[in-house]
Structures are given as structure tokens and as C-alpha cells.
Design a protein around this ligand. Sequence first.
Ligand code: ATP
Length: 285
Amino acid sequence: ARASSARAIIQPDFKFEDMGIGGLDSEFGAIFRRAFASRIFPPGLVEKLGIQHVKGLLLYGPPGTGKTLMARQIGKMLNAREPVIVNGPEILNKFVGQSEENIRKLFSEAEKEYKARGDESSLHIIIFDELDAICRQRGAKSDSTGVGDSVVNQLLAKLDGVDQLNNILVIGMTNRKELIDEALLRPGRLEVHMEIGLPDEQGRLQILKIHTGKMRTNNVMGHDVDLDELATLTKNFSGAEINGLVRSASSFAFNRHVKVGTMAGVSNDVENMKVLRDDFLHALD
Ligand code: ATP
């Protein structure tokens, strides 16, 4: 009864469209069904069915596709505390010799709180960015220090130990799933795996809309800019690259308007600044 007396509450007014994530609706839906549906069941039902909430999730795919964005927004949706984000290589390099201790510490606050309150009402999310740096296959020849091995072991111990800790969710992220120690990916550990790939044309259009949102509300985007066209021209771009494109187009526009050294002239001109199709094409170049 202890573990199911309360639960993480999904934000009541939560809408995927407001999350600022473009082109990943179906991935988000699948993650939700597989990893979080149990968190919105009535506690009585959770108990009756003997449901154990998913403790871990692996998001994998190329760089800049929105994995971190997704992990953060999942936290918001679940009303979690501000997630703790740890970077794999940092854990290894900064604290050589103390990596295991660091892993232990990551979990200790959530453990303490769970023991004190005995419920899952306040979810702690721990995000491991570049998980492959610390969780390679144990005994891999490339890891001559053995530090990685003990970190994996420590993490496994923590994940297995959180059996009753329904207030913890671990999200691992990597560009290279094949490097991750398989033991970590088994049921009860990082059991839900989701590929976050490059966006298709429709996805790119959504991402363009998200990142030009301010331009559009401030009426800075010229009428000759056609986002559909840009979506076709940005094949193989990641979300981060599309974001970069938009920023670079606005800086080209800004430069057209700025006359260096005449600050009065600058502000006048910037009033009328428009970001034009040419700025985007220039940026694409
Ligand atoms: P890495 O593997 O390099 O850590 P990542 O997949 O975690 O990358 P993010 O850090 O989430 O990528 O993306 C970087 C930035 O790119 C985001 O803050 C956002 O501005 C933009 N971006 C990436 N993907 C998307 C997306 N699907 N929708 C909207 N913006 C996106």
C-alpha cells in the first residue's frame, strides 16, 4: 500500500503541441504508452494489477534530434522535479576514482525522500547524456582503466535497488546504442528503448514553425519566406541544425540592416528589419 498511495501527477493542462518538440509526436506517444501510462492509472488499479512503473528509458539516435528536449519535457509533463543531468564523459574524467561514489550520490536524495514520504508523488528524473561513455560493454578492451566497469556495476546495483523506489526515472541518451552494456537494457532497468531519428519533411516543417515562432509573432519574417520550401531544402538536417539555420538567417538579416558605428541608424533600421527568403538561402549556403 505504501508505494501506491500517491503518484506522480500528469500536468492536467498538458498538450504535446505546447512542448516545442517538432516531428516526434508518434515517438512521444509510444514512450507515453510504454513508459508512463501506469503513472496515470488510479493507484488502486496499479496495486491490483501489481504494476511496477518503468524505471528507465533509453533515447538513442543521431546528435541534435531532440533527445534532451524530449527528456526535459517528459519531466515537465510528469510534474517531476528539475531533472539532474549528468554527462557521461564528465563523470568519468572529472572524478576519476570517485565515479561510483558519484553515481551513488545521484540516487541518494530521491532515496531519502522516498523513505521519508513513502510515496511516489514527487518524481526524480536522472538524465545520463552520452551514456555510452560510462556504460560500454563491460570488459571491453578499449576501456583499459576498468573505471567504466565499476560505474556500470554501480548503476546496475542502483537500478536493481530501486525496486520499491517508484519515485525515480532514469533516462539514458546516446548516439550509439550498440555500445551500451546490454545488462543495462534489460527489463527492470532501462527497459523502454526509443529511437529518435532525423525528422522527415513534415517534422522539419514543424521544427521550422517552432523556431520561427517569435519571428512570426513579431512580424519580422518577410512574406517571401516559405517554410514548406525550407522544409524540402533541409533534407537530413537535425532539429539542432534547423535551429542553427534560423538563427543564422536572422543574423544575416540583422547584418543587412546594421551600419556599423551609427548606433542611431541601427535602431531605426532594425525597427523595419525583415528576415527574407534570401537570408535563409544565404544561411543554407
Ligand atoms: P545530442 O545527442 O547531441 O545530445 P540531442 O538529441 O539531445 O543531441 P537536443 O539537445 O535536444 O538534441 O537539441 C538541441 C536543440 O536543437 C534543442 O534545444 C532545440 O532547440 C533543437 N531541436 C532539436 N530537435 C528538435 C525538435 N525535434 N523540435 C524542436 N527543436 C529541436
